[in-house]
Design a protein around this ligand. Structure first.
Ligand SMILES: [Zn+2]
Length: 328
């Protein structure tokens, strides 16, 4: 009998160890790393890359990531919103380990940009949560970091403002949890299998779902718009009058795929359709800049004009949004 007892005890201890480490491995539960209700004026643009090969896939089997991306990018619409100031906040209780500030906010040319070599994170904060867990927050706005090494923080404590410093091609906070130095995808928890649609354990406090596509920003303008203007936010609230030379409705949508059906429409105050554009997209795009409209031959009707944008994938309506503008 005795010779069976020892292996049983050994396996019981091993099981307890597995359970104990398992519990510790699950780590903290994270709040959002920025002070903004998701889907209103902020959204997840890029997820972690789940493909170990030089290809890329996000956990929802989409392409909202890039090869080797190890964090989650919470984006805001444009540089105008960035200038207004959106707080980046601690996602869990902990102690500030290190900070960097002073890196300027400017749109990077992307991977390999020599201007940000060695400071890809830009202005950033690293928080230690104990038991091997840390979180990193990158690309904060220049001179906005309000915590210092050694500070105790709680979930929601302001760290700085969302910016565009370091290797950033749009204003956002790159949020990266790590366990024992290794990046963890917060949508899946520790050590999920690679690839997408795999089972994992979300580390978010709230039920953060995968959002494959959506709107970055949209608006009206009285001339042909430039993508740079949309990125800066300078055409976000353009003023229009009945003498405006043209009326254009522009949209930036994210996560579009080849084969998606897109429809843009401008509806006049008398409900007539002023301009429309329907098309099947020919290639995928992380952020698509698109617009429809026309020059005015007569004075524009004064009153409320409406722009509608719809995106349909495999017969399913994924984006259905509109914007209104007052023409005086
Ligand atoms: Zn990122």
């Amino acid at each position: 009998m005795k010779k069976f007892l020892i292996p049983i005890m050994v396996s019981a201890i091993a099981l307890l160890l597995v359970l104990a480490t398992g519990a510790a491995n699950q780590g903290p539960r994270f709040g959002l790393p920025l002070q903004c209700p998701l889907g209103q004026n902020c959204f997840v643009l890029l997820y972690s890359d789940r493909d170990p090969s030089p290809n890329e896939v996000d956990f929802g089997c989409g392409r909202m990531t890039y090869d080797g991306h190890t964090g989650t990018d919470f984006a805001i619409p444009d540089e105008r919103v960035m200038a207004q100031g959106v707080p980046a906040i601690a996602a869990a209780d902990g102690k500030v380990l290190r900070v960097r500030d002073g890196v300027e906010d400017r749109q990077s040319t992307g991977l390999g940009d020599p201007n940000v070599k060695g400071k890809e994170c830009g202005n950033g904060v690293v928080i230690d949560h104990g038991q091997g867990w840390q979180t990193q927050y990158c690309h904060l706005r220049q001179n906005s970091v309000v915590v210092k090494s050694g500070d105790r923080v709680k979930t929601g404590t302001k760290l700085g403002l969302v910016g565009q410093s370091g290797l950033a091609t749009f204003p956002h906070v790159h949020f990266e949890p790590r366990f024992e130095g290794k990046p963890v995808d917060p949508f899946l928890g520790v050590n999920p299998p690679s690839g997408c649609k795999v089972s994992g354990k979300s580390m978010w406090q709230s039920n953060l779902a995968y959002v494959p596509t959506g709107i970055v920003n949209a608006g009206f303008v009285d001339r042909e718009p430039k993508i740079k203007e949309a990125e800066k936010g300078s055409i976000a609230n353009a003023k229009l009058s009945s003498d405006s030379a043209a009326l254009i409705f522009w949209v930036r949508s994210y996560g579009v795929l080849k084969g998606d059906r897109q429809s843009l429409k401008i509806i006049a105050p008398d409900r007539s359709i002023f301009a429309s554009d329907d098309r099947t997209l020919e290639k995928p795009n992380r952020i698509l800049f698109t617009y429809a409209g026309k020059r005015n031959r007569a004075k524009l009707l004064s009153g409320k004009w409406r722009g509608e944008y719809k995106l349909t994938r495999d017969g399913k309506l994924l984006i259905d949004t509109s914007r209104e503008v007052e023409v005086r």
